[in-house]
Design a protein around this ligand. Structure first.
Ligand code: G3H
Length: 491
């Protein structure tokens, strides 16, 4: 086990001898008495409001109202610091990948992919920053004024990431914030916290003091003093819409706070009568069950035209049952233990409620395999009013709804609280073309004959309604964590 007793504050690894939180893996292994028990992975500091305020003051001092070493450093020098960081990050790859696997149960292939994708994301962000910097050295002459349009930092950023991509998603907010010259406080997620520990020293030794500061412990203790101070200029969260509302409410001047968030989603797939069902099955399988459905971008409900519903289910359900459950390090394992302890019970409730309303589990073997391992279930026909119809289940249970007219799934999407993505499956290109315009006014990505997903990371990543605020991904994130400024000279 890794017992973390330090954290990064104001350029130092601060020692901690206060309370700690033990980290238990979702992976259960046989104990001496033969029972299966969650394995202890380690522990991390539970710091409190005093440490949080100290971290805030360190970030505020490092920014120094825009006069600090970091916000005034040239883009080229900031990039050099980031390149140093990447070198040190790569040295920790094996340990970080292992911790992703043990802390959140992501399989080895996907945990490795998460690390590599993050490194690529940093390189892509550096390239995009070079472009932005090049364009800000140009001058524009209009109406007798010569203008130089630049991108300048915003100030102090509070960044919080989720458990499902604890490294990648935390870094897709952290890295562009740092590169744009802001100073940062970042709070590690409850599940997926220890894996950040091996990288703290890399931050410490790559950037000036106070540029990156870590926050550990219970969000309810460490976040309110920071938000209530009014000294946070940008709040960035990848997590739940409920937490986003709570955090924003704590800021005394909400109109002065910029929020960049990626939140809840209930992405729908729509399978039209003329769809190529082999394509629909393959993409829906990936879309619904990659990392056990624990992706904000997952397909979380499938609408299938009644004329092909039986055939779709006949092909889709056995494929779902074939996905191999097991331990994340075993080759070929696709379904792994769930890190949220209450999730298996919640999913079981959703299934029970749907069954009581006349739906059934359509595949063999759906349900609980052990305390934390849930074998995926396809539930059909799900109806309005059931939890699975509107709630974001964020787990391996797939609601399927039949429809007769295209207005039914479209109305569902229009009346939803969320608006992230949709997938349409069909072979009639004219019909699909007609659906695109109404759908892009409801969601922020329409996938044609393909699953919902965030990548490639150079595409804008956002959503409507309660699904997002601001835009992430490479170039957009650099814009989100900076402000356009103008140096204007009369010609
Ligand atoms: O949880 C949301 C992630 O950004 C999803 O990324 O679609 O590439 O798996 P992904």
């Amino acid at each position: 086990p890794i017992h973390q007793r330090e954290y990064l504050l104001n350029g130092e690894m601060r020692q901690w001898d206060g309370p700690v939180s033990e980290v238990y893996s979702p992976i259960c292994i046989p104990a001496a008495d033969g029972t299966l028990q969650r394995k202890l992975v380690g522990s991390f500091p539970v710091t409190g409001p005093d440490e949080a305020v100290e971290a805030l003051e360190a970030a505020v001092a490092a920014y120094d109202n825009g006069r600090g070493e970091w916000p005034t450093m040239s883009v080229a020098d900031r990039i050099k610091c980031m390149e140093t960081f990447i070198g040190k990050m790569l040295e920790q790859k094996k340990l970080v990948v292992n911790l992703i696997m043990w802390e959140i149960g992501k399989n080895l292939a996907d945990a490795t992919k998460e690390f590599d994708r993050t490194v690529k994301y940093i390189y892509d962000t550096i390239d995009a920053l070079k472009d932005i910097d090049r364009s800000s050295s140009r001058f524009r002459i209009e109406e007798g004024i010569i203008g130089q349009i630049r991108r300048s930092p915003m100030g102090v950023v509070l960044a919080m990431g989720p458990f499902n991509y604890p490294l990648n998603e935390t870094y897709t907010t952290l890295i562009p914030s740092i590169l744009m010259g802001n100073t940062i406080l970042f709070k590690t997620p409850k599940h997926g916290s220890l894996l950040h520990y091996p990288l703290l020293e890399a931050f410490r030794s790559s950037f000036p003091k106070g540029v990156v500061n870590s926050l550990y412990g219970r969000g309810a203790n460490v976040i309110p003093p920071v938000m209530k101070s009014g000294k946070i200029n940008v709040l960035t969260l990848i997590g739940s819409s409920r937490v986003a509302d709570e955090l924003q409410r704590q800021h005394p001047k909400l109109n002065r706070l910029r929020s960049i968030m990626s939140l809840d989603a209930k992405n729908a797939a729509i399978i039209l009568p003329n769809a190529d069902l082999d394509v629909a099955v393959k993409e829906c399988l990936l879309g619904t069950l990659s990392f056990n459905g624990q992706r904000c971008t997952a397909i979380k409900i499938i609408w299938v035209h009644s004329s092909v519903a039986d055939e779709f289910l006949k092909r889709f359900s056995p494929e779902v049952s074939k996905l191999q459950p097991g331990m994340p390090w075993d080759a070929g394992v696709q379904i792994t233990p769930l890190p949220e302890p209450t999730k298996p019970g919640y999913l079981a409730d959703c299934i029970r409620e749907a069954e009581a309303g006349g739906a059934a589990v359509m595949n063999e073997g759906g349900g609980l395999a052990s305390e934390s391992l849930v074998k995926p279930a396809v539930v059909y026909p799900v109806k309005a009013g059931m939890k699975l119809y509107r709630e974001e289940q964020f787990g391996p249970v797939i609601p399927v709804v039949p429809f007769d007219t295209i207005e039914q799934p479209i109305d569902y999407i229009i009346t939803a609280d969320y608006g992230q993505q949709v997938s349409i499956f069909g072979t009639d290109t004219d019909q699909i073309a007609e659906l695109i315009d109404p759908l892009v006014n409801q969601v922020c990505r329409v996938n044609i004959n393909a699953q919902c997903q965030r990548g490639p990371d150079t595409f804008p990543f956002t959503g409507r309604k309660d699904s997002a605020e601001g835009t992430l991904s490479v170039e957009d994130a650099l814009r989100s964590f900076s402000i356009r400024t103008v140096v204007a000279t009369k010609d």
